[in-house]
Ligand binder design. Sequence first.
Ligand code: HEM
Length: 309
Amino acid sequence: MGSTLVTGVGRLRPAIERHARELLEELARLPQPVDLVERFALALPVRVLCELLGVPFEDRKVLERCAAVLLRRSASAAEVAAADKARSEYFARLVEAKDQEPADDLLSELVVRHVRTGRITREQLVSLGSLLLVAGHATTANQIALSVLALLRHPEQLPVMLAGPEAASCAVDELLRHLTVVHFGLRRVATADITIGETVIRAGDGVVLAIQSANRDPDIFPEPDRLDLTRRARAHVAFGYGAHRCPGQALARAELEIALPALFRRLPGLRLAIPFDQVLFAEDSFLHGVRELPIVWESAHGAAWERKG
Ligand code: HEM
């Protein structure tokens, strides 16, 4: 599955560019300020995942609602169960439809190559589709929104992001390192005794890995707290490490490399509509992120920003 995601990304680039352009055109027509999270950061990854999986565009709201509940730490057990059920039922119907009439998308390919040949069951494909959607949506959305915030706070670094594809790709790695949106700790079990410093971890012990700390290791990234978009930060572990390293990383990178320069080019003079200390961080989420990011750009009329919820 990982290789399908990686090899498919080149093919998806034109679609990512088109969706980014369309969303920015819609956004640019709205009265200011606009919430960047809702109108761009969340919307782009959903459209891209719908494209990848072959989810009809008009169904994306159902999936967005389920993902929002599943990522909210304060969601009740009943809410989580209901969202999980709705999502699985949706994917079950979708897989059935792809089996009836395969199209040019990942789910159809998996049905034809893996379900029909008996390599995986239909149920396994349903849970894989759900997993991809959850894993690929809020992660990328939070990374887009936090990256914009970081660039607004370090405007002197923006020219690097706009200096062409190679510089943008390097800048994206530094933003991934610096922001590390997956900050709940990856869980592993030690398979052998390991000594780290003066601590011995015994085979069979559970370990929680804080990748945000690894990404600020001064031996690997000198002055780790400093955001430096020209830094060669490719060795970061924002996508994890080892067998479970994120299979969507090529897609996420492509989205960021396309979305961030496109946004700053389309909205000159982009800035926050509120002081930084009023930005609402998503404290009830498993991921580092912001709940909303009110923005204005050139020719703003300065309407008051009302907080949601
Ligand atoms: C900026 C965006 C993203 C970040 C920071 C991110 C980060 C991560 C991390 C840290 C893991 C855990 C790795 C581990 O346990 O070692 C992971 C797993 C995963 N990611 Fe991503 N991810 C992103 C985007 C995506 C996208 C776009 C997709 C799919 C379209 C995706 C699909 C997955 C899947 C399926 C897993 C589970 C892999 C496994 O357990 O073997 N991710 N991701």
